[in-house]
Design a protein. Sequence first.
Length: 195
Amino acid sequence: MTVSKNAKIFAPVFLLIFGLGTAASAISDDSGKRDYLFAGPTGTWLLNVEFPSLPGAPPPPPPFTEILTFHALGTLSESNTLLNENSYNPRLGQGCGFSAGGMPELNCNGSDGTGIWRRTGRNTLSFVVVKLVYDGETNAHVGYLRVRSDNVRFRHNKLVQVASDSLTEFLVGTDIDTAIPIPFGGADSKGMRIR
């Protein structure tokens, strides 16, 4: 049997095109069954965050939106709509919504957050993220906001955290090692991967 010269040239090209088409369909499959390329947490997630109301505690901050990006080598970037430079407007008397330990609502804004994460199981991770906190009127650096989250669950393109597995603290003071922690409790978070 003789194979033509054209068949020898076009067979590898056909296999390449067929292979690219198959990979593209696996990436675009929204069912999650073949979403094997996104099995880990690495990537960017859009979350809805809500602190639960606790009996006898000050009112929690309002629900807000957060973006988390888990980088491949264990670092983390964060931003949200509550404690951010653009979320405080002193002319309108808006604070950042946090109050604890008998303190009045804090008039503050914050930087984007940065931190570390590690995988703790096949579909779980933990992370710590820190933000710089500034006085909303003078812009003086007054402390840090630290969030610790354990047992964050992810599967395919969904991520969930329950309040009992997290702790948010305002660290009062400019030296993070000696700053005084004021706990705000944990938050419920759920969201999806941005893709």
